[in-house]
Write a protein that binds this ligand. Structure first.
Ligand code: FES
Length: 697
């Protein structure tokens, strides 16, 4: 018997579908070309969690992580599992617009497949339209496994500018992708890629880098290294610790040596956990982290490996008292066990939605599970999970045994700032060649727009007339910058001389049907705050923020994400999206007049919409969620309600950023975003100074 299911969306739209006998709501939605949020389609990830407002249904099989008993009691359901027993009304937690869009697909042809080692393959593909895919170093795509309905996720091991794109893939006997690569894959094979995905990518920064790679978690690290080399960041201190379980998993040592030539500031170490290793270092990645690799707390850590590796590194840093400014990580969890113990990882993925089989588990759950540290990018099958050595959970990232881990990555803009660390104010980038900023003062209230304006470069954060008691701009309260602070030249430089970014083909950005993410917050000791995003495709992003310098840290983190979003969206916004972008800028700007807030609260809300827009345009749910878990808006809401002064540059910069997109001027956009960040921080500092004066008086 068939039933009618009313799907209600967040924007008020309702769509009706017909569910056939034994058909899930998700399958019926798919047939109706409605892309409700989905990932695993197996009751494991919770991505599809919705609220059933009326009707009777069989909830199907799922794990508690996806839907708790309490949630089920409250009426929540998993459309990927639920089979109607009557007509239903289901509230879908997304907008109809999102549900109707499709993920960005990138058909590709295999150009080579190479077994690098017993435990790893290199797969290289050529995209039909290379210009259509922009990605950031560290991101990944979903890849369909030919001849199956399986989809796997793999990070690029090549840089964003490469013509042909490569992946480093863990071999797991019996796995769909593994067996395809081992037995059938040949040049000329067609593959479907979808993406890019994930929010684990190299942020622009001059800070030293400590890169930690577990097994095939080396792939995104290679992409990062290539990006650094292409960008001419040779002098930037970079240290890599690459760990594997066995000697037979070790790959690309020659390539890493080559990078030390291209990146003179780079050094690297290899560690193998197998005591019988022929390599010099035995043990875990943490055993090779030295205080000097953290450069007094100024280094950024990028880690790609299984959850125990992430947790052990965090524990190690805490235990050793090593301070870290930014900690970005991408985790891989083992296959989720569903029902009778069969691993979900091998389950059919019958969606056209590009998904990877989910296996999201908390670190605590993962800890007792043997996870090959080469599990990153691993094929999830077979579904065999063994008990890990005791030391796995605490001492290191690796364990041996049958590999069952799937690339359910935890991609993270993990800004792990320890409480005592002060994030240095980011100097503004060098002005891009040819970029002509507006004439100073042109946009004193009322603002009429900024297109086509030219003129000399204004100093930033000039002290506003009559504003003597505080010091806005790049100077902290109490300092004396003089009458007007000169704009600094860049340390976070614009693109290095000689670096020419890959041209992109102007085209609309395809929104993604990648399902919504969920996020959880976790308070850490010492005032730190940690956020974890569990997204579609199993990507989990985490962020940790300090208790203070919080405002600057949040704006810096937003800037880092926005610069990434620029790379993914520049030249790809169609006229409608550009118009919406401008509308959002103007919407925010209406609450400012010159250097005065007219309505700080409404400005904060509208400003959040404006800044979120680029992330929405990336079609990358993880990036969007990474933006949303920043506390920029919360901090603004707490600081600005009574604020009067606002940097007069905020309004024109909003418009100029849009103009840069309209002109396809990437350098101008990057410059303006950096500049805008400084003015936003200046505004916040002024408001904070006012609050403290008010509190003291
Ligand atoms: Fe429904 Fe994962 S639980 S898509």
């Amino acid at each position: 018997m068939s039933y009618q299911v009313a799907l209600g969306f967040e924007d008020g739209v309702t769509r009706f579908i017909t569910c056939g006998p034994s058909e899930t709501v998700a399958d019926a939605s798919y047939k109706a070309r409605i892309n409700i949020p989905l990932d695993c389609r197996d009751g494991a990830c919770g991505t599809c969690k919705s609220l059933c407002e009326s009707g009777d249904y069989d909830g199907g099989d799922y794990i508690d992580d996806a839907l708790t008993d309490a949630e089920a009691e409250a009426g929540y359901c998993l459309p990927c599992q639920m089979v109607p027993r009557s007509d239903l009304v289901v509230q879908i937690p997304t907008t109809s617009d999102v549900a109707k869009t499709t993920a960005a697909a990138h058909p590709a042809t295999v150009t080579s497949v190479e077994r690098l080692a017993e435990g790893a393959f290199a797969l290289t593909v050529e995209l039909d339209d290379r210009g259509a895919l922009a990605f950031l170093p560290g991101q990944y795509v979903n890849v369909s496994v030919p001849g199956t309905d399986q989809v796997r996720s793999y990070s690029f091991s090549t840089g964003p500018d490469a013509d042909h794109l490569s992946f480093l893939i863990k071999y797991a006997a019996g796995g769909a992708m593994s067996e395809y690569l081992a037995q059938r894959c040949a040049p000329g094979d067609r593959l479907d890629l979808t993406g890019p995905m994930g929010s684990f990518f190299l942020r622009e920064s001059p800070r030293p880098l400590l890169l930690l790679a577990g097994g095939t978690g080396l792939a995104p690290v290679l992409s990062i290294l290539e990006s650094l080399a292409v960008a001419g960041s040779g002098d930037r201190p970079v240290h890599l610790v690459y760990g594997t379980s066995r000697d037979t998993d070790v790959v690309y040592t020659d390539l890493l040596d080559q990078y030390t030539t291209r990146l003179p500031g780079m050094t690297w170490d290899l560690v193998v956990s197998d005591p019988a290793t022929a390599f010099p270092n035995t043990g875990y990645v943490t055993g090779l982290i030295r205080p000097e690799h953290l450069h007094g707390g100024t280094a950024d850590i990028y880690l790609c490996g299984p959850p125990p590796m992430v947790e052990s590194v965090r524990t190690f840093l805490d235990t050793e008292g090593l301070e870290v400014t930014h900690f970005y990580y991408e985790k891989f969890t083992p296959a989720t066990v569903v029902g009778d113990g069969a691993a979900a990882a091998g389950a059919d993925v019958a969606s056209t939605t590009p998904v990877e089989t989910p296996a999201v588990a908390t670190p605590a759950e993962v800890a007792p599970v043997a996870v090959d540290n080469a599990a990153a990018h691993a094929d999830p099958e077979p579904a065999e999970i063994t008990t890990a050595p005791d030391e796995l959970a605490t001492a290191g990232p690796v364990a041996t045994g049958p590999v069952t881990a799937e690339r359910v990555s935890e991609a993270a803009p993990a800004v792990a700032t320890r409480e005592a660390v002060v994030i240095p104010a980011a100097p503004i980038a060098a002005r891009p060649v040819g970029f002509r900023p507006r004439i100073p003062g042109l946009f004193r209230a009322p603002v009429t727009g900024s297109r086509g304006s030219t003129g000399p470069q204004p100093a930033i954060a000039a002290r506003p007339v009559g504003f003597e008691s505080r010091v806005p701009g790049v100077f902290g309260p109490g300092s004396s910058p003089g009458p007007a602070a000169e704009e600094k030249t860049s340390v976070i430089a614009a693109r290095p001389a000689g670096y020419v970014p890959r041209p992109v083909t102007p085209q609309p950005v395809l929104s993604t049907s990648v399902p919504r993410t969920t996020s959880t917050a976790l308070s850490l000791s010492g005032g730190e705050r940690s956020e974890t995003i569990t997204s579609s495709t199993g990507v989990v992003s985490g962020e940790v923020h300090p208790g203070i310098t919080h405002s600057d840290a949040q704006f810096d983190a937003r800037m880092a994400l926005e610069l990434g979003a620029v790379e993914l969206t520049m030249g790809r916004l169609d006229a409608a999206r550009l118009a919406e972008f401008r509308m959002l800028a103007e919407s925010a700007n209406q609450y400012i007049r010159g250097d005065r807030f007219l309505d700080p609260a409404r400005f904060t809300a509208a400003n959040a919409q404006f800044h979120e827009y680029l992330f929405r345009c990336t079609g990358n749910e993880a990036l969007l969620q990474a933006y949303r878990i920043l506390e920029v808006t919360r901090v603004m809401n707490s600081v600005l309600p009574d604020a009067r002064w606002v940097s007069e540059d905020i309004v024109p910069e909003h418009l100029e950023i849009v103009t840069a997109f309209e002109n396809g001027d990437r350098d101008a956009a990057r410059y303006l975003i950096r500049r805008h960040t400084e003015h936003a921080k200046a505004t916040m500092r002024a408001a904070l100074a006012d609050k403290s004066v008010g509190a003291a008086s």
